[in-house]
Ligand binder design. Structure first.
Ligand SMILES: [Cu+2]
Length: 285
């Protein structure tokens, strides 16, 4: 009886949490992870569109293979057990079968490899860039530099709970977002200042290591305005989990306005003491 009651209570709690997350499904995966999320975050770049397609394609392939193998197992269990089949066949070779179970997997692997390589080249071949930004991973925050616009640079630190507005996600929102224009090819140069970090934004389909002494490059072209979040994706030390990436994608007019304002705000030599204070504050927490 008691077991039943706990079970009912548990089911009730589950139903409650299901109901609770329903309103959130409206922005499920929209630039950030969401409760009870299934699958990948919503795609906003052509590269991520391809990755999502490839992910779904692979899901069909592995489902078909798994169902096929399960069916074979069931046939063997039911039809060839000792009771149903008391005198087993002594066959040891079947050329046709052996050729088939070699060739068919090769065909499947080739069918997977072709789109896989196509996507890899799409990711690796950076198209002519409209704008370049440089992201430097540091223990434990990111610095962004805009070499095309005079090379101003600023630090981007995670917001503490007390500084966060209600609509800003916990552990993802930052004080200074990386701002880029919509529908433009953005080349991202990524480097590490101290240890290896990794620059990753799931909605863009990018993840690339930030290695000290080596400049890595990736790119994205976001097709929808919005704020998209990512995280450092290489274990880099004690605050690895607290150096999120926030990218605000705006239209060209807003971007130009932001650039003008940012040039003044982040003029060289300015802002550094603020960043250090904020970082020490984060470390003290
Ligand atoms: Cu890191």
């Amino acid at each position: 009886m008691r077991v039943q009651k706990t079970l009912i209570a548990k089911l009730g709690a589950l139903a409650g949490s299901l109901a609770a997350f329903v309103p959130f499904t409206a922005w499920a995966g929209n630039g950030q992870p969401s409760p009870w999320q299934l699958g990948l975050q919503q795609s906003v770049t052509p590269v991520m569109d391809n990755i999502v397609w490839f992910h779904d394609f692979l899901l069909y392939v592995i489902t078909a293979i798994t169902v096929f193998v399960l069916a074979l197992l069931l046939i063997i269990i039911l039809r060839y057990n000792a009771r149903a089949n008391p005198t087993p066949s002594r066959t040891t070779h079947n050329t046709l079968l052996e050729v088939a179970w070699t060739v068919v997997p090769v065909v499947i692997l080739v069918a997977i490899a072709v789109p896989s390589f196509r996507i890899l080249f799409h990711q690796q071949a950076i198209p002519p860039a409209d704008i370049t930004v440089k992201a430097t991973g540091k223990q434990w925050f990111w610095s962004y530099n805009y070499p095309d616009h005079g090379g101003f640079e600023f630090d981007s630190l995670m917001l503490q709970d007390k500084d966060r507005k209600a609509d800003q996600p916990r552990l993802l929102a930052v004080d200074n977002e990386l701002v880029v224009p919509v529908n433009k090819v953005v080349r991202v140069q990524v480097i590490g200042a101290d240890v290896i970090h990794a620059f990753a934004v799931p909605s863009f389909g990018i993840k690339i290591d930030a290695i000290p002494g080596r400049l890595n490059e990736t790119w994205f072209r976001v097709t929808r305005e919005g704020v998209y979040y990512g995280q450092c994706s290489e274990l880099c030390g004690k605050d690895h989990a607290f150096m999120p990436i926030a990218v605000r994608v705006v239209n060209e007019r807003d971007f130009n306005a932001w650039i003008e304002q940012a040039k003044k705000k982040y003029a060289r030599g300015d802002g550094a003491p603020v960043a250090v204070a904020a970082r020490d504050g984060a470390a003290a927490q």
